[in-house]
Design a protein around this ligand. Structure first.
Ligand code: HEM
Length: 516
């Protein structure tokens, strides 16, 4: 009897507290003590075939902004561009603090760029942006580096994957190597090779991990995730991240030793991100500054840049090819545009961007259809505020659900259709496409990613790398090569609708010389 009374009292206290807290939050379904709305979220996602579709059910009932309790934590979801702009751009400071719990904080522990906050974040984000810019981000040097990697990679594939008159590769492996090498060159001046066992292990386990990481890992405190009770789940989910961090740490140690024994002498600005960071460490030390730049924070910054820069871009490129394989008429239209711009005698350059609106529109449409984050990363409210006329209290977490914005029927009519023309018919549409996020925590690598997508999309369509085939090309390279899927074209449908990341299907692709 006493036990029942105690339990009833506990439930009553929880219920009253929940009721009070809900008065200070945007509308949403009624939560239960302890589990919040997890049961409704799981049901909605399961019933509608994915987490984005599940969120949409809440939007239908509660509008552009709604609260879902992830267990005891209220999470507020923005599902409208204007609200995202009003909060994240116009009131950027109120809505710019990162929520770092669970999986986000697993290795970082408040450090790095993605999950840190305050002065630490400002310093490290600024440093990373300046350093990447110095190494050519947004300038021609970057274009050269990207094109050099493309050439290298395809020459290599020609030697290892040439079959029945064309190069046959797995699309995501191809882009993993390419993008991994570009980012690795910037960070540690090393490219990955096809037979690199560490890279293979890293990619296989990362893919497995990313398929498993769900909203659950985003909200569970780190100590729960690290507990023995959770080992059955976290072993596969977090093992790849431990492995990557180990690789990063070993890379740093290698560089430090090389500098010590004189086999690596950095130039004034350094050869890569690691050099630049070590130079900054030394400078702060010499000036007697109490610095947040040390070997441990270097490892976390590198880990962040690698994770954020590799999988996102490679996944988008794999989606890009899947879309293009399904829409040969789009490929034809881009060919026409690029033939006009390049005269058919040279490859594309970033400076051609203003002259290639159709290719630009196609990349936009690819990023819209891909919307690679089923669930965007969260921010944390540090103070009480108002959002679309509704209160939002300090302690709530919030995010703009990019995939919901990109599938909003009001903005993107017939959103399941792949139709680049929509961006040409309506110039305002591009502003409402925000694959790199919005506000002061938006993507740090946007320029690099945009350059990679622009130059690589051209590569997908036209295969500009004539030199790896033995015959001389006299006309436009665009017209010389074609590509096709091996077997049926991949479906533009994700195999991971419940994970945080929306991965593309796995498929093989063939690059074939076109007959003249
Ligand atoms: C197609 C490729 C990419 C996509 C779609 C993408 C998307 C995103 C998104 C949605 C965010 C979260 C923004 C927010 O909180 O509102 C983000 C953050 C971030 N991205 Fe990217 N990203 C890409 C490529 C890259 C690259 C190449 C790098 C590194 C060189 C990078 C580094 C980062 C970092 C460091 C953050 C955290 C920024 C902060 O919290 O201050 N990303 N990205």
């Amino acid at each position: 009897m006493i036990l029942i009374l105690i339990l009833s009292a506990i439930v009553a206290i929880f219920t009253v507290n929940l009721w009070r807290a809900r008065q200070k939050l945007p509308k949403g379904p009624t939560p239960l003590p302890l589990i919040g709305n997890l049961h409704q979220l799981i049901y909605n996602a399961w019933k509608n075939g994915g987490i984005v579709q599940g969120f949409n059910e809440f939007k239908k009932q509660y509008g552009n902004v709604f609260t879902i309790w992830m267990g005891p934590i209220p999470s507020v979801h923005i599902a409208d561009f204007d609200v995202a702009h009003e909060t994240h751009v116009k009131r950027a400071n109120t809505f710019g603090h990162r929520f770092s719990n669970g999986g986000m904080d697993y290795i970082r522990e408040g450090r790095g760029i993605i999950a840190s906050n305050g002065e630490f974040w400002q310093e490290h984000r600024r440093f990373a942006l300046t350093t990447l810019r110095n190494f050519g981000l947004g300038r021609n040097i970057m274009e050269d580096k990207i094109m050099e990697e493309y050439r290298y990679r395809f020459k290599d594939f020609k030697n290892t994957h040439f079959k029945n008159g064309g190069i046959q590769v797995n699309a995501s492996s191809c882009f993993d190597l390419l993008v991994g090498s570009i980012i690795n060159q910037l960070l540690v001046s090393e490219r990955f090779e096809q037979d690199n066992k560490e890279f293979e292990r890293l990619k296989t386990s990362l893919a497995k991990g990313l398929e498993k990481v769900s909203i659950f890992e985003a909200f569970m405190p780190v100590w729960v995730l690290k507990s023995k009770l959770m080992r059955w789940r976290t072993k596969t989910t977090f093992e790849p991240f431990d492995f990557i961090f180990g690789l990063v740490e070993r890379g740093i140690q290698k560089r430090v030793s090389a500098i010590k024994n004189g086999t690596h002498i950095p130039s004034e600005e350094g050869e890569d991100f690691v050099d630049a960071f070590l130079i900054k460490m030394e400078k702060d030390k010499n000036e007697g500054i109490q610095s947040t730049f040390d070997l441990e924070t270097l490892a976390v910054d590198l880990y962040d840049l690698w994770l954020a820069g590799q999988e996102t871009t490679s996944t988008t490129l794999t989606w890009a090819c899947a879309c293009l394989l399904n829409y040969p008429e789009v490929v034809k239209e881009i060919r026409k545009e690029l033939t006009e711009v390049t005269g058919g005698t040279r490859s594309l350059s970033l400076t051609d961007r203003p002259k290639t609106p159709y290719l630009g529109a196609t990349i936009n449409e690819i990023q819209r259809i891909a919307s690679i984050l089923n669930v965007n990363i969260f921010r944390l409210m540090e103070e009480d505020s108002i959002i679309e006329g509704q209160p939002i209290s300090a302690g709530a977490v919030l995010t703009t659900q990019l995939a919901m914005l990109h599938t909003d029927e009001k903005t993107f009519k017939n959103h399941t259709e792949f139709r680049p023309e929509r961006f040409l018919e309506n110039n305002n549409l591009e502003k409402r496409l925000i694959p790199f996020g919005i506000g002061k925590r938006s993507c740090l690598g946007e320029s690099l990613a945009r350059a990679e997508l622009y130059l690589a999309s051209e590569m997908c369509v036209f295969d500009t790398l004539n030199e790896f085939f033995s015959f001389q090309i006299t006309g436009n390279m665009i017209l010389d090569f074609d590509f096709e899927s091996v077997g049926a074209a991949p479906r533009i449908q994700t195999p991971t609708p419940f994970a945080l990341m929306k991965r593309p299907p796995s498929y093989d692709i063939r690059f074939i010389p076109r007959s003249k």
